[in-house]
Design a protein around this ligand. Structure first.
Ligand code: GLP
Length: 254
């Protein structure tokens, strides 16, 4: 079945960039969709080269990138295997933590690549949710968030300039910067929904288009009721496992 899936006429496009990258993505997609399940054996390089009509050098390059990314494990003398399923980050649903804290709690190092950072003219959602005036600007931070260099989420935060006058002051954790100004949020409402990733988001998250993802929207506020932050995030579907502790409805409650 995998041989059929790797037939070049089904995916290879000589005009679409380096062949080894296309092959790597094709194999990644087979893994992401479950065609190649965790710990299953990949066909030998020579077989992949025959089926795909690519050179051994190209196949080897694709395989070694998959191995470097931890997607595939190469065992001397035994061939290549899909890596075992990664433990998901367990995320309690009731704690108001930052991405940096979530990752540190699990021994991982959070980092970001900036996609956008500055003061902009707000859109209608930002005006309504952040309670902005007609002439106000909005502080926007858009980041690709990584944990131990692995892309985890794309986060787009909007804040009133009253809360974050200088978005450039955020170089690491947003919640740290807010905390230093005495403006760390104390409550938040968060909505989570399942999505299939669009091509651009998938690309940033190093996943094939249409892979499973989570859309998370957080609106957090300060003790005085002012909205601190309106953040829309797209997480890899395999990054998090949300955990909620449930209690029975108290006697006489609704
Ligand atoms: C989480 C939340 C975001 C929040 C971010 C702050 O990921 N979903 O709403 O903006 O944490 O993280 P940090 O302080 O690491 O920038």
């Amino acid at each position: 079945m995998i041989a059929e899936y790797l037939r070049p006429e089904r995916w290879l496009n000589p005009a679409a960039g380096p062949l080894y990258v296309q092959l790597r993505k094709r194999i990644e997609a087979a893994i992401a969709t479950g065609l190649l399940p965790p710990e299953s054996a990949l066909p030998p390089e020579r077989e992949i080269a025959t089926v795909t009509e690519l050179s051994r050098v190209t196949v080897r390059k694709a395989m070694s990138e998959l191995a470097e990314q931890g997607i595939v494990v190469q065992r001397q003398g035994h061939g290549s295997f899909v890596a075992p399923r990664k433990a998901r980050v367990e995320q309690p649903l009731s704690q108001l933590t930052s991405f940096t804290e979530d990752m540190a709690l699990r021994g991982m190092k959070a980092a970001s690549q900036w996609l956008e950072r500055g003061l902009f003219l707000p859109n209608a959602d930002e005006v309504a949710i952040l309670g902005l005036g007609p002439r106000d600007q909005v502080a926007r931070l858009a980041r690709l968030r990584t944990a131990d260099d692995r892309p985890m989420a794309i986060e787009r935060a909007s804040l009133s300039p009253e809360i974050l006058p200088n978005p450039l002051a955020v170089t690491g954790s947003l919640y740290d910067v807010l905390g230093q100004a005495g403006l760390r949020p104390v409550r938040a409402v968060q909505k989570i929904s399942a999505i299939n990733l669009g091509a651009d988001d998938a690309d940033l998250l190093d996943l094939p288009a249409q892979a499973a993802g989570l859309r998370i929207e957080r609106i957090s506020s300060l003790a005085d009721g002012r909205v601190a932050e309106f953040t829309r995030s797209i997480y890899r579907g395999d990054a998090y496992q949300f955990v909620a502790e449930l209690h029975p409805i108290p006697e006489g409650g609704t």
